[in-house]
Design a protein around this ligand. Structure first.
Ligand code: HEM
Length: 534
Protein backbone atom coordinates (compact mmCIF):
# COMPACT_ATOMS: atom_id res chain seq x y z
CA UNK A 1 0.00 0.00 0.00
CA UNK A 2 1.45 3.28 -0.98
CA UNK A 3 0.46 6.36 0.96
CA UNK A 4 3.32 8.54 -0.16
CA UNK A 5 1.50 10.72 -2.61
CA UNK A 6 3.68 13.75 -3.23
CA UNK A 7 2.34 16.15 -5.81
CA UNK A 8 4.75 15.29 -8.52
CA UNK A 9 6.69 12.54 -6.85
CA UNK A 10 4.60 9.45 -6.57
CA UNK A 11 6.93 6.49 -6.14
CA UNK A 12 5.46 3.74 -8.26
CA UNK A 13 4.83 0.11 -7.67
CA UNK A 14 7.69 -1.04 -9.83
CA UNK A 15 10.41 0.47 -7.74
CA UNK A 16 8.96 -1.04 -4.61
CA UNK A 17 8.95 -4.42 -6.29
CA UNK A 18 12.56 -4.18 -7.34
CA UNK A 19 14.12 -2.20 -4.56
CA UNK A 20 11.98 -2.27 -1.47
CA UNK A 21 12.22 -5.83 -0.40
CA UNK A 22 14.62 -5.34 2.45
CA UNK A 23 15.92 -3.12 5.14
CA UNK A 24 19.26 -1.56 4.34
CA UNK A 25 22.03 0.27 6.06
CA UNK A 26 23.86 3.06 4.41
CA UNK A 27 27.28 3.52 5.89
CA UNK A 28 28.51 7.04 5.46
CA UNK A 29 32.21 7.60 5.96
CA UNK A 30 33.64 11.00 5.15
CA UNK A 31 36.76 10.71 3.04
CA UNK A 32 39.66 12.81 4.17
CA UNK A 33 37.50 15.33 5.97
CA UNK A 34 39.75 16.96 8.56
CA UNK A 35 36.78 18.08 10.65
CA UNK A 36 35.74 14.50 11.33
CA UNK A 37 37.39 12.02 13.58
CA UNK A 38 37.62 8.92 11.37
CA UNK A 39 37.44 6.56 14.33
CA UNK A 40 34.15 7.97 15.48
CA UNK A 41 32.51 8.27 12.12
CA UNK A 42 33.43 4.85 10.77
CA UNK A 43 30.92 3.18 13.03
CA UNK A 44 28.11 5.49 12.17
CA UNK A 45 25.24 4.01 10.31
CA UNK A 46 22.54 5.85 8.47
CA UNK A 47 19.68 3.46 8.21
CA UNK A 48 17.04 3.43 5.60
CA UNK A 49 14.41 1.01 4.68
CA UNK A 50 13.28 1.77 1.18
CA UNK A 51 9.83 0.43 1.67
CA UNK A 52 9.14 1.80 5.10
CA UNK A 53 10.93 5.04 4.48
CA UNK A 54 10.12 6.17 1.03
CA UNK A 55 6.63 4.84 1.19
CA UNK A 56 5.88 5.69 4.81
CA UNK A 57 8.45 8.35 5.63
CA UNK A 58 6.84 9.40 8.88
CA UNK A 59 4.33 8.27 11.43
CA UNK A 60 4.34 7.00 14.98
CA UNK A 61 3.81 3.48 16.21
CA UNK A 62 0.18 3.86 17.25
CA UNK A 63 -0.79 5.26 13.90
CA UNK A 64 1.16 2.51 12.19
CA UNK A 65 -0.73 -0.08 14.22
CA UNK A 66 -3.93 1.47 12.97
CA UNK A 67 -2.73 1.07 9.42
CA UNK A 68 -1.55 -2.48 10.04
CA UNK A 69 -5.03 -3.43 11.25
CA UNK A 70 -6.70 -1.81 8.29
CA UNK A 71 -4.24 -3.27 5.84
CA UNK A 72 -4.38 -6.73 7.34
CA UNK A 73 -8.14 -7.20 7.52
CA UNK A 74 -10.45 -4.57 6.20
CA UNK A 75 -8.82 -3.45 3.02
CA UNK A 76 -8.03 -6.89 1.55
CA UNK A 77 -11.63 -7.83 2.35
CA UNK A 78 -12.88 -4.72 0.60
CA UNK A 79 -10.71 -5.29 -2.44
CA UNK A 80 -11.80 -8.94 -2.54
CA UNK A 81 -15.47 -7.92 -2.41
CA UNK A 82 -14.98 -5.27 -5.05
CA UNK A 83 -13.25 -7.59 -7.47
CA UNK A 84 -15.74 -10.40 -6.79
CA UNK A 85 -18.99 -8.50 -7.13
CA UNK A 86 -18.14 -5.55 -9.25
CA UNK A 87 -18.84 -5.83 -12.94
CA UNK A 88 -16.96 -3.78 -15.42
CA UNK A 89 -18.80 -2.97 -18.63
CA UNK A 90 -17.73 -1.06 -21.65
CA UNK A 91 -20.98 0.86 -22.01
CA UNK A 92 -20.40 2.70 -25.25
CA UNK A 93 -18.54 1.02 -28.02
CA UNK A 94 -19.45 3.27 -30.93
CA UNK A 95 -16.65 5.24 -32.50
CA UNK A 96 -16.19 8.66 -30.99
CA UNK A 97 -17.39 7.95 -27.44
CA UNK A 98 -15.05 7.13 -24.56
CA UNK A 99 -15.51 3.69 -22.98
CA UNK A 100 -16.96 4.12 -19.49
CA UNK A 101 -15.63 2.23 -16.52
CA UNK A 102 -18.88 1.17 -14.97
CA UNK A 103 -19.34 -0.08 -11.43
CA UNK A 104 -22.49 -1.18 -9.60
CA UNK A 105 -20.77 -0.40 -6.33
CA UNK A 106 -20.82 3.19 -5.04
CA UNK A 107 -18.07 5.57 -6.21
CA UNK A 108 -16.20 5.72 -2.84
CA UNK A 109 -15.18 2.11 -3.52
CA UNK A 110 -13.69 3.22 -6.79
CA UNK A 111 -11.78 5.97 -4.98
CA UNK A 112 -10.43 3.50 -2.42
CA UNK A 113 -9.28 1.20 -5.20
CA UNK A 114 -7.75 4.15 -7.05
CA UNK A 115 -5.90 5.54 -4.00
CA UNK A 116 -4.79 2.08 -3.00
CA UNK A 117 -2.37 1.83 -5.87
CA UNK A 118 -2.77 4.47 -8.53
CA UNK A 119 -0.43 3.10 -11.24
CA UNK A 120 -1.77 -0.44 -10.86
CA UNK A 121 -5.38 0.78 -11.03
CA UNK A 122 -4.71 2.86 -14.15
CA UNK A 123 -2.87 0.02 -15.83
CA UNK A 124 -5.66 -2.47 -15.09
CA UNK A 125 -8.22 -0.14 -16.63
CA UNK A 126 -6.00 0.60 -19.64
CA UNK A 127 -5.62 -3.09 -20.41
CA UNK A 128 -9.38 -3.53 -20.16
CA UNK A 129 -10.65 -0.38 -21.86
CA UNK A 130 -7.83 0.91 -24.07
CA UNK A 131 -5.82 4.16 -24.10
CA UNK A 132 -8.76 6.51 -23.38
CA UNK A 133 -11.54 5.69 -20.92
CA UNK A 134 -13.87 7.50 -18.52
CA UNK A 135 -14.79 7.08 -14.86
CA UNK A 136 -17.50 8.80 -12.84
CA UNK A 137 -16.53 9.82 -9.32
CA UNK A 138 -19.14 11.61 -7.22
CA UNK A 139 -20.91 12.63 -10.41
CA UNK A 140 -17.73 14.05 -11.92
CA UNK A 141 -16.53 12.62 -15.23
CA UNK A 142 -12.81 11.80 -15.30
CA UNK A 143 -11.20 10.80 -18.59
CA UNK A 144 -7.89 8.95 -18.33
CA UNK A 145 -5.47 9.16 -21.25
CA UNK A 146 -2.58 6.67 -21.49
CA UNK A 147 -1.35 7.26 -25.02
CA UNK A 148 1.97 9.02 -25.68
CA UNK A 149 0.99 11.31 -28.56
CA UNK A 150 -2.37 12.17 -27.00
CA UNK A 151 -0.70 13.12 -23.71
CA UNK A 152 1.63 15.37 -25.66
CA UNK A 153 -1.36 17.04 -27.32
CA UNK A 154 -3.08 17.60 -23.96
CA UNK A 155 0.03 19.16 -22.44
CA UNK A 156 0.57 21.46 -25.44
CA UNK A 157 -3.14 22.29 -25.65
CA UNK A 158 -2.93 24.20 -28.98
CA UNK A 159 -6.67 25.02 -29.04
CA UNK A 160 -6.90 26.10 -25.38
CA UNK A 161 -9.43 23.39 -24.51
CA UNK A 162 -8.03 22.52 -21.11
CA UNK A 163 -7.74 24.54 -17.91
CA UNK A 164 -5.07 23.81 -15.33
CA UNK A 165 -6.70 24.15 -11.89
CA UNK A 166 -3.93 22.30 -10.10
CA UNK A 167 -2.29 25.39 -8.68
CA UNK A 168 -5.57 26.71 -7.26
CA UNK A 169 -6.30 23.23 -5.88
CA UNK A 170 -2.89 23.13 -4.20
CA UNK A 171 -3.11 26.62 -2.74
CA UNK A 172 -6.68 26.17 -1.51
CA UNK A 173 -6.91 22.42 -0.92
CA UNK A 174 -3.44 21.69 0.42
CA UNK A 175 -2.19 25.14 1.52
CA UNK A 176 -5.56 25.93 3.13
CA UNK A 177 -5.82 29.37 1.47
CA UNK A 178 -9.34 30.85 1.76
CA UNK A 179 -11.20 30.16 -1.52
CA UNK A 180 -11.18 33.04 -4.01
CA UNK A 181 -8.48 34.98 -2.11
CA UNK A 182 -6.06 34.45 -4.95
CA UNK A 183 -7.12 34.84 -8.58
CA UNK A 184 -5.57 33.51 -11.76
CA UNK A 185 -3.69 36.78 -12.45
CA UNK A 186 -1.95 36.59 -9.09
CA UNK A 187 -1.14 32.91 -9.58
CA UNK A 188 0.33 33.66 -13.02
CA UNK A 189 2.44 36.46 -11.51
CA UNK A 190 3.78 34.10 -8.86
CA UNK A 191 4.53 31.39 -11.43
CA UNK A 192 6.37 33.73 -13.76
CA UNK A 193 8.36 35.08 -10.82
CA UNK A 194 9.33 31.50 -9.88
CA UNK A 195 10.21 30.75 -13.50
CA UNK A 196 12.52 33.75 -13.63
CA UNK A 197 14.14 33.11 -10.25
CA UNK A 198 14.87 29.44 -11.01
CA UNK A 199 15.86 29.77 -14.68
CA UNK A 200 19.38 29.04 -15.87
CA UNK A 201 19.85 32.77 -16.40
CA UNK A 202 19.24 33.63 -12.73
CA UNK A 203 20.21 30.63 -10.64
CA UNK A 204 23.70 32.05 -10.25
CA UNK A 205 22.09 34.35 -7.64
CA UNK A 206 20.87 31.36 -5.69
CA UNK A 207 23.64 28.81 -6.01
CA UNK A 208 26.54 30.22 -3.98
CA UNK A 209 24.55 30.18 -0.77
CA UNK A 210 22.68 26.99 -1.73
CA UNK A 211 25.91 25.08 -2.44
CA UNK A 212 27.59 26.28 0.71
CA UNK A 213 24.62 25.25 2.85
CA UNK A 214 24.19 21.94 1.07
CA UNK A 215 27.77 20.74 1.41
CA UNK A 216 27.80 21.86 5.07
CA UNK A 217 24.56 19.91 5.66
CA UNK A 218 25.86 16.75 4.00
CA UNK A 219 29.10 16.90 5.97
CA UNK A 220 27.33 17.55 9.23
CA UNK A 221 25.32 14.35 8.72
CA UNK A 222 28.52 12.41 8.24
CA UNK A 223 30.20 14.06 11.23
CA UNK A 224 27.34 13.50 13.67
CA UNK A 225 28.61 12.23 17.00
CA UNK A 226 25.79 9.78 17.35
CA UNK A 227 24.81 6.39 15.99
CA UNK A 228 21.16 7.42 15.61
CA UNK A 229 19.60 6.01 12.52
CA UNK A 230 17.98 8.29 10.02
CA UNK A 231 16.12 7.39 6.87
CA UNK A 232 17.48 7.97 3.39
CA UNK A 233 14.71 10.45 2.67
CA UNK A 234 15.62 12.33 5.85
CA UNK A 235 19.32 12.39 4.96
CA UNK A 236 18.58 13.73 1.47
CA UNK A 237 15.54 15.79 2.41
CA UNK A 238 16.91 17.66 5.41
CA UNK A 239 20.06 18.55 3.46
CA UNK A 240 18.18 19.90 0.43
CA UNK A 241 15.26 21.43 2.33
CA UNK A 242 17.23 23.68 4.59
CA UNK A 243 19.80 24.62 1.91
CA UNK A 244 17.15 25.75 -0.58
CA UNK A 245 14.84 27.33 2.00
CA UNK A 246 17.62 29.45 3.50
CA UNK A 247 19.01 30.54 0.14
CA UNK A 248 15.51 31.32 -1.19
CA UNK A 249 13.90 32.92 1.87
CA UNK A 250 16.87 34.10 3.93
CA UNK A 251 18.34 33.17 7.32
CA UNK A 252 15.11 33.75 9.27
CA UNK A 253 13.32 30.86 7.55
CA UNK A 254 12.28 28.18 10.10
CA UNK A 255 14.18 25.11 8.90
CA UNK A 256 12.82 23.09 11.83
CA UNK A 257 9.70 22.62 9.71
CA UNK A 258 11.10 19.72 7.68
CA UNK A 259 9.11 16.93 9.38
CA UNK A 260 5.83 18.83 9.13
CA UNK A 261 6.57 19.62 5.50
CA UNK A 262 7.19 15.96 4.65
CA UNK A 263 4.01 14.94 6.42
CA UNK A 264 1.98 17.48 4.45
CA UNK A 265 3.61 16.41 1.20
CA UNK A 266 3.11 12.69 1.85
CA UNK A 267 -0.57 13.29 2.47
CA UNK A 268 -1.26 15.75 -0.32
CA UNK A 269 -4.13 13.75 -1.73
CA UNK A 270 -5.61 13.27 1.71
CA UNK A 271 -6.40 16.98 1.93
CA UNK A 272 -8.52 16.45 -1.15
CA UNK A 273 -10.11 13.24 0.24
CA UNK A 274 -10.57 14.19 3.92
CA UNK A 275 -12.28 10.90 4.80
CA UNK A 276 -8.94 9.07 4.46
CA UNK A 277 -7.78 7.86 7.91
CA UNK A 278 -4.42 9.63 8.03
CA UNK A 279 -5.90 13.00 7.06
CA UNK A 280 -6.07 14.30 10.64
CA UNK A 281 -2.33 13.81 11.07
CA UNK A 282 -1.75 15.83 7.90
CA UNK A 283 -4.08 18.62 9.06
CA UNK A 284 -2.18 18.89 12.37
CA UNK A 285 1.18 19.03 10.56
CA UNK A 286 -0.12 21.74 8.24
CA UNK A 287 -1.40 23.85 11.15
CA UNK A 288 1.97 23.64 12.90
CA UNK A 289 3.93 24.42 9.72
CA UNK A 290 1.72 27.39 8.87
CA UNK A 291 2.03 28.82 12.33
CA UNK A 292 5.84 28.74 12.05
CA UNK A 293 5.58 30.36 8.62
CA UNK A 294 3.38 33.02 10.25
CA UNK A 295 6.14 33.84 12.75
CA UNK A 296 8.64 34.00 9.87
CA UNK A 297 6.42 36.41 7.90
CA UNK A 298 6.10 38.63 10.97
CA UNK A 299 9.86 38.64 11.52
CA UNK A 300 10.63 39.67 7.92
CA UNK A 301 7.97 42.40 8.11
CA UNK A 302 10.51 45.27 8.07
CA UNK A 303 12.14 43.83 4.92
CA UNK A 304 8.75 43.80 3.18
CA UNK A 305 8.37 47.52 3.76
CA UNK A 306 11.71 48.16 2.02
CA UNK A 307 11.29 49.52 -1.55
CA UNK A 308 14.60 48.10 -2.77
CA UNK A 309 14.85 44.62 -4.25
CA UNK A 310 15.62 41.94 -1.69
CA UNK A 311 18.39 39.46 -2.39
CA UNK A 312 15.98 36.69 -1.35
CA UNK A 313 13.32 35.68 -3.88
CA UNK A 314 11.05 34.41 -1.09
CA UNK A 315 10.89 37.94 0.33
CA UNK A 316 9.99 39.30 -3.11
CA UNK A 317 7.15 36.77 -3.28
CA UNK A 318 5.82 38.00 0.07
CA UNK A 319 5.94 41.53 -1.33
CA UNK A 320 3.84 40.42 -4.33
CA UNK A 321 1.29 38.85 -1.95
CA UNK A 322 1.21 41.91 0.26
CA UNK A 323 0.71 44.21 -2.74
CA UNK A 324 -2.22 42.00 -3.81
CA UNK A 325 -3.72 42.41 -0.30
CA UNK A 326 -3.53 38.71 0.50
CA UNK A 327 -4.06 38.45 4.28
CA UNK A 328 -1.11 37.05 6.32
CA UNK A 329 -2.89 33.78 7.16
CA UNK A 330 -3.37 33.11 3.44
CA UNK A 331 0.19 34.20 2.64
CA UNK A 332 1.30 31.21 4.76
CA UNK A 333 -0.81 28.87 2.60
CA UNK A 334 0.57 30.30 -0.64
CA UNK A 335 4.15 29.94 0.59
CA UNK A 336 3.37 26.37 1.62
CA UNK A 337 2.01 25.65 -1.90
CA UNK A 338 5.19 27.04 -3.50
CA UNK A 339 7.35 25.06 -1.06
CA UNK A 340 5.64 21.88 -2.20
CA UNK A 341 6.56 22.67 -5.81
CA UNK A 342 10.15 23.60 -4.85
CA UNK A 343 11.03 20.70 -2.58
CA UNK A 344 8.72 17.72 -2.91
CA UNK A 345 9.79 16.23 -6.23
CA UNK A 346 13.46 17.18 -5.89
CA UNK A 347 13.81 15.52 -2.49
CA UNK A 348 12.15 12.31 -3.57
CA UNK A 349 13.89 12.12 -6.93
CA UNK A 350 17.27 12.63 -5.27
CA UNK A 351 16.44 9.96 -2.68
CA UNK A 352 15.49 7.57 -5.49
CA UNK A 353 18.74 8.39 -7.26
CA UNK A 354 20.69 7.43 -4.12
CA UNK A 355 18.62 4.28 -3.73
CA UNK A 356 19.28 3.19 -7.31
CA UNK A 357 23.01 3.73 -7.19
CA UNK A 358 23.26 2.05 -3.79
CA UNK A 359 21.60 -0.96 -5.39
CA UNK A 360 24.09 -1.09 -8.22
CA UNK A 361 27.74 -1.08 -7.17
CA UNK A 362 29.04 -0.86 -10.74
CA UNK A 363 26.88 2.22 -11.38
CA UNK A 364 28.29 3.75 -8.20
CA UNK A 365 31.88 3.01 -9.25
CA UNK A 366 31.38 4.48 -12.72
CA UNK A 367 29.75 7.62 -11.36
CA UNK A 368 32.45 8.11 -8.78
CA UNK A 369 35.11 7.76 -11.48
CA UNK A 370 33.35 10.39 -13.63
CA UNK A 371 33.08 12.81 -10.69
CA UNK A 372 36.71 12.30 -9.59
CA UNK A 373 37.97 12.71 -13.15
CA UNK A 374 36.04 15.95 -13.72
CA UNK A 375 37.15 17.42 -10.41
CA UNK A 376 40.78 16.48 -10.88
CA UNK A 377 41.12 17.51 -14.53
CA UNK A 378 38.69 20.43 -14.86
CA UNK A 379 37.95 22.03 -11.49
CA UNK A 380 40.89 21.26 -9.21
CA UNK A 381 38.71 20.79 -6.12
CA UNK A 382 35.13 20.26 -5.02
CA UNK A 383 35.08 23.82 -3.66
CA UNK A 384 35.88 25.32 -7.05
CA UNK A 385 33.29 23.08 -8.72
CA UNK A 386 30.70 24.37 -6.26
CA UNK A 387 31.55 27.95 -7.09
CA UNK A 388 31.60 27.39 -10.88
CA UNK A 389 28.73 28.62 -13.11
CA UNK A 390 25.90 26.09 -13.38
CA UNK A 391 26.46 25.41 -17.12
CA UNK A 392 29.83 23.86 -16.29
CA UNK A 393 28.00 20.98 -14.64
CA UNK A 394 26.27 20.19 -17.97
CA UNK A 395 26.08 16.89 -19.84
CA UNK A 396 29.42 17.51 -21.57
CA UNK A 397 31.15 17.33 -18.18
CA UNK A 398 28.97 14.74 -16.42
CA UNK A 399 27.37 12.65 -19.21
CA UNK A 400 26.88 9.54 -17.07
CA UNK A 401 25.44 11.46 -14.13
CA UNK A 402 23.05 13.29 -16.46
CA UNK A 403 21.94 9.97 -17.98
CA UNK A 404 21.51 8.41 -14.51
CA UNK A 405 19.33 11.30 -13.34
CA UNK A 406 17.15 11.13 -16.46
CA UNK A 407 16.74 7.39 -15.94
CA UNK A 408 15.75 7.89 -12.28
CA UNK A 409 13.22 10.55 -13.34
CA UNK A 410 11.77 8.21 -15.97
CA UNK A 411 11.33 5.44 -13.42
CA UNK A 412 10.25 7.52 -10.45
CA UNK A 413 8.50 10.76 -11.34
CA UNK A 414 4.75 11.00 -10.91
CA UNK A 415 3.67 11.09 -14.50
CA UNK A 416 0.07 11.95 -13.69
CA UNK A 417 -1.42 15.36 -14.14
CA UNK A 418 -4.96 16.72 -14.51
CA UNK A 419 -6.76 19.38 -16.55
CA UNK A 420 -10.39 20.51 -16.70
CA UNK A 421 -12.01 20.33 -20.14
CA UNK A 422 -13.40 23.81 -20.87
CA UNK A 423 -15.06 23.00 -24.22
CA UNK A 424 -16.10 19.84 -26.04
CA UNK A 425 -13.12 18.55 -27.93
CA UNK A 426 -11.91 15.57 -29.93
CA UNK A 427 -8.87 13.60 -28.79
CA UNK A 428 -7.16 11.69 -31.57
CA UNK A 429 -5.24 8.55 -30.70
CA UNK A 430 -4.44 7.42 -34.25
CA UNK A 431 -5.96 7.74 -37.73
CA UNK A 432 -8.71 5.24 -36.87
CA UNK A 433 -9.46 6.21 -33.31
CA UNK A 434 -10.65 9.45 -31.79
CA UNK A 435 -12.86 10.27 -28.85
CA UNK A 436 -15.22 13.10 -28.00
CA UNK A 437 -14.36 14.63 -24.64
CA UNK A 438 -17.08 16.66 -22.95
CA UNK A 439 -16.84 20.10 -21.36
CA UNK A 440 -16.79 19.84 -17.55
CA UNK A 441 -14.97 16.50 -17.46
CA UNK A 442 -11.51 16.20 -15.94
CA UNK A 443 -8.74 14.85 -18.08
CA UNK A 444 -5.97 12.89 -16.36
CA UNK A 445 -2.79 11.95 -18.22
CA UNK A 446 -1.27 8.63 -17.25
CA UNK A 447 2.40 8.84 -18.20
CA UNK A 448 3.31 5.69 -16.28
CA UNK A 449 2.17 3.57 -19.17
CA UNK A 450 4.41 5.50 -21.51
CA UNK A 451 7.42 5.43 -19.19
CA UNK A 452 7.13 1.67 -18.80
CA UNK A 453 6.36 0.91 -22.43
CA UNK A 454 8.86 -1.62 -23.78
CA UNK A 455 8.31 -0.42 -27.34
CA UNK A 456 9.63 3.01 -26.35
CA UNK A 457 12.23 1.99 -23.76
CA UNK A 458 13.91 -1.37 -24.15
CA UNK A 459 13.50 -3.44 -21.00
CA UNK A 460 11.58 -0.47 -19.62
CA UNK A 461 11.29 -1.62 -16.00
CA UNK A 462 15.01 -1.97 -15.48
CA UNK A 463 17.28 0.81 -14.22
CA UNK A 464 20.02 1.31 -16.80
CA UNK A 465 22.43 4.01 -15.81
CA UNK A 466 23.58 4.63 -19.38
CA UNK A 467 20.19 4.44 -21.09
CA UNK A 468 20.44 8.11 -22.05
CA UNK A 469 24.12 8.03 -22.85
CA UNK A 470 24.65 8.18 -26.59
CA UNK A 471 28.40 8.54 -26.64
CA UNK A 472 30.73 9.30 -23.81
CA UNK A 473 30.26 13.02 -24.39
CA UNK A 474 26.60 13.36 -25.23
CA UNK A 475 23.29 12.44 -23.64
CA UNK A 476 20.05 11.67 -25.41
CA UNK A 477 16.94 13.71 -24.70
CA UNK A 478 14.03 11.86 -23.17
CA UNK A 479 11.89 10.75 -26.10
CA UNK A 480 8.90 13.00 -26.64
CA UNK A 481 6.50 13.31 -24.90
CA UNK A 482 7.93 11.69 -21.81
CA UNK A 483 9.21 14.85 -20.25
CA UNK A 484 9.48 14.39 -16.53
CA UNK A 485 8.90 18.11 -16.16
CA UNK A 486 5.58 18.27 -18.03
CA UNK A 487 5.04 20.38 -21.13
CA UNK A 488 3.25 23.35 -22.64
CA UNK A 489 2.41 26.48 -20.67
CA UNK A 490 2.49 24.66 -17.35
CA UNK A 491 5.84 23.01 -17.74
CA UNK A 492 7.84 22.87 -14.50
CA UNK A 493 9.11 26.33 -13.60
CA UNK A 494 12.10 24.97 -11.70
CA UNK A 495 13.44 22.31 -14.05
CA UNK A 496 16.84 23.95 -14.65
CA UNK A 497 17.47 24.32 -10.96
CA UNK A 498 16.05 20.85 -10.18
CA UNK A 499 18.60 19.17 -12.46
CA UNK A 500 21.35 21.33 -11.02
CA UNK A 501 20.55 20.64 -7.36
CA UNK A 502 20.28 16.88 -7.91
CA UNK A 503 23.68 16.94 -9.61
CA UNK A 504 25.30 18.96 -6.85
CA UNK A 505 23.90 16.63 -4.19
CA UNK A 506 25.16 13.56 -6.07
CA UNK A 507 28.59 15.03 -6.81
CA UNK A 508 29.10 16.17 -3.21
CA UNK A 509 28.15 12.76 -1.78
CA UNK A 510 30.22 10.84 -4.34
CA UNK A 511 33.23 13.03 -3.71
CA UNK A 512 33.10 13.38 0.08
CA UNK A 513 31.56 10.19 1.35
CA UNK A 514 32.29 6.52 1.15
CA UNK A 515 28.82 5.10 0.69
CA UNK A 516 27.97 1.43 0.91
CA UNK A 517 24.68 -0.36 0.95
CA UNK A 518 24.49 -2.91 3.72
CA UNK A 519 21.66 -5.31 4.49
CA UNK A 520 20.01 -5.46 7.91
CA UNK A 521 22.12 -8.50 8.78
CA UNK A 522 25.29 -6.45 8.36
CA UNK A 523 26.27 -7.95 5.02
CA UNK A 524 27.50 -5.33 2.58
CA UNK A 525 25.64 -5.52 -0.71
CA UNK A 526 27.66 -6.09 -3.84
CA UNK A 527 25.40 -4.73 -6.54
CA UNK A 528 22.01 -5.73 -7.80
CA UNK A 529 22.11 -9.40 -6.78
CA UNK A 530 22.56 -8.50 -3.16
CA UNK A 531 19.69 -6.09 -2.94
CA UNK A 532 16.99 -8.54 -1.90
CA UNK A 533 18.45 -8.99 1.53
CA UNK A 534 19.82 -12.47 1.06
C1 HEM B 1 13.05 16.65 -9.95
C2 HEM B 1 12.37 17.70 -9.59
C3 HEM B 1 11.09 18.18 -10.23
C4 HEM B 1 10.20 17.52 -11.03
C5 HEM B 1 10.27 16.08 -11.53
C6 HEM B 1 9.14 18.46 -11.35
C7 HEM B 1 8.07 18.16 -12.19
C8 HEM B 1 7.05 19.04 -12.47
C9 HEM B 1 5.95 18.76 -13.37
C10 HEM B 1 5.73 17.45 -14.12
C11 HEM B 1 5.16 19.85 -13.41
C12 HEM B 1 3.95 20.08 -14.30
C13 HEM B 1 2.66 19.67 -13.66
C14 HEM B 1 1.53 19.85 -14.66
O1 HEM B 1 1.71 20.02 -15.86
O2 HEM B 1 0.40 19.77 -14.22
C15 HEM B 1 5.75 20.84 -12.53
C16 HEM B 1 5.22 22.08 -12.28
C17 HEM B 1 5.83 23.03 -11.49
N1 HEM B 1 7.07 22.95 -10.89
FE1 HEM B 1 8.29 21.33 -10.89
N2 HEM B 1 9.41 19.64 -10.72
C18 HEM B 1 10.59 19.52 -10.05
C19 HEM B 1 11.23 20.50 -9.31
C20 HEM B 1 10.80 21.80 -9.19
C21 HEM B 1 11.53 22.85 -8.53
C22 HEM B 1 12.92 22.72 -7.89
C23 HEM B 1 10.75 23.95 -8.58
C24 HEM B 1 11.16 25.29 -8.02
C25 HEM B 1 10.78 26.40 -8.45
C26 HEM B 1 9.52 23.61 -9.29
C27 HEM B 1 8.46 24.46 -9.53
C28 HEM B 1 7.33 24.13 -10.25
C29 HEM B 1 6.20 25.03 -10.44
C30 HEM B 1 6.09 26.45 -9.87
C31 HEM B 1 5.26 24.33 -11.20
C32 HEM B 1 3.88 24.84 -11.68
C33 HEM B 1 3.99 25.31 -13.11
C34 HEM B 1 2.70 25.83 -13.69
O3 HEM B 1 1.63 25.39 -13.28
O4 HEM B 1 2.76 26.69 -14.57
N3 HEM B 1 9.59 22.29 -9.63
N4 HEM B 1 6.91 20.33 -11.98
Amino acid sequence: MNTDLGIVSYPGLDKQATLASTSWHLRVIPMGNPQCDPMSVAIKVVHFDLHATVVHPTGNKQENMYWVLISAFLVPLLIFLISKYRTFDVIVTSVGRTPNVHSYLPWPMLVVEFLWDIPAFLERCRVRYGPVYRLRIAGQGVVIVSHAETIKYVMKDPHKCFTNNINTTIFEGVGGVTPYTINSTLINNLLSFMHKAFSNRNIHLLIPSFNQQLSANIQSFACRQTTDRVSLVTFVGRSLYSALSLSFCGPLFPTDTFSEFMLVDSNTLHFLFPFWPSSQKAYRARASLKSKLGVFIERVGPELADDGESSYSGIEILKILKAASVPPSDQQGVILGLMLAMHAASIRMTAWFMAYILSDSSAMTRLRAEVDHAIETEFGSLESLLSAPSHRLGSHMFPLLESALKEVLRLSVAAITAREVNKDTILTVDEHTSFVIRQGDYLVTNGYTVNFDNSIFEDARTFRIDRFLKTSAETVDLPDPVSSFGGGAHMCKGQDFAMYEMKVFAITCLRLLEIEGETASGHICQGADARCGR
